[in-house]
Design a protein around this ligand. Sequence first.
Ligand SMILES: Cc1cc2nc3c(=O)[nH]c(=O)nc-3n(C[C@H](O)[C@H](O)[C@H](O)COP(=O)(O)OP(=O)(O)OC[C@H]3O[C@@H](n4cnc5c(N)ncnc54)[C@H](O)[C@@H]3O)c2cc1C
Length: 391
Amino acid sequence: MQTTNVCIVGAGPSGATTSLMLSKMGIFHTVLDKAVFPRDKTCGDGLVLYVFQVLKEIDPQLLTKFIEHPAFLHSYKANFYVSNQLHLDIYPSQNHKPHAPIFYARRMDFDNFLVENLPSNYADLRLGVGLKKIERLHPQEGLKLTLEDGSELITKILVGADGIQSLVSRKLGKNKSDKNHTSTFISAYFAGLEDLLPENSAEIRLIYKNMPLFFYIFPLTGGISNVSFGGNTGKLGLHKINLKTEIENIIATHPQIKEKFTSAHRLGDWRGWGIPSSFGHLTVSGDNFLLVGDAAGLANPFYKEGVGTGMMSGLIAARQIQKALEQERFDASFFSEYESLLAQKFGKLLRYSNLSLRMAHYSRFFYFFIQLLKGTIEKAMIRIIERQSYS
Ligand SMILES: Cc1cc2nc3c(=O)[nH]c(=O)nc-3n(C[C@H](O)[C@H](O)[C@H](O)COP(=O)(O)OP(=O)(O)OC[C@H]3O[C@@H](n4cnc5c(N)ncnc54)[C@H](O)[C@@H]3O)c2cc1C
């Protein structure tokens, strides 16, 4: 039977980052993904904040390759419409900045970009092989994994980077799905949208239908746009909202949106998926395992950034794994430090985002709050973007 010190399940942005960082540290490991890459992932395709910090930390040349990638669109601007009359202009300065603070990249291309850069001398990459079963051995021996092709692997440390439906989270963390801390979104690509905002700006709209719903148009290269729409999973069920019916209605009738779609056509079906913001309500580490990214519920509850937070958690996990291997400690009490490091990194932003989301449920109050503090909020958001993107 094969053995390894570290096995990462999932080669999405969180798992790929963990692997890239372990490789940088000279640590041999195995990466499994049930998909064969390039593979698609339902997403808005927006890349912000932590993505740049992480790429730079792994290798400044990797960040340069990312910036110069012809399929990744650069943007300095986002517009957030609280109502048809009121919007926030998020427009960080372009002066003396090494790169744009917002990128748009199809996940098919971005995730493949990361996987293609995994160094084969440290990462044993096995694509098209899913994890099927996990059995506990003695903590110093690790875990026995059974893969979908029937092969078996023993690992001292298992990194669950297997997304929102993580098997590692369910089996080892004993976590259950949590509708109140999850959003459900649908997304589709469109060609031929008209009157898009200038300068590759994102259009983000809060639309009320008994609850706040988020509508996004993100630009991509090649005249394609990603349109996504959704809200809190528990509340969608409570108010019996069908996202596909609702978005088709918005596209056909909304006064600020319908003109854009007059000559547009959808490329493929609407695709739905969950966005987990349940960090703080999940067990994210334990004997012989750590969870990263969506598996750890790390997506931002307000603006739904899950790629950057997932990548940053991969970086933090890799450092913890390095210490674990040096000290030969694989127990829950040692790995609990990882959870504290995640809380330190994301706690404040997640708390503010949760608060903003709660406030957004009271539409009138939220409108007046934003109207009153528009300038201050815009400046604060720009400060956060600049600090996180260029540090
Ligand atoms: C509609 C929508 C819009 C979004 N928009 C944005 C956005 O604009 N910006 C942003 O930052 N975030 C966005 N998100 C969130 C973002 O997509 C996720 O947070 C991000 O993909 C998390 O990355 P990950 O690597 O943790 O998980 P994933 O990207 O889900 O990767 C998990 C990987 O694990 C593999 N896997 C799963 N189970 C197994 C198994 N048993 N064995 C082996 N492999 C397995 C899968 O094949 C997959 O490759 C959006 C999400 C949705 C649904």
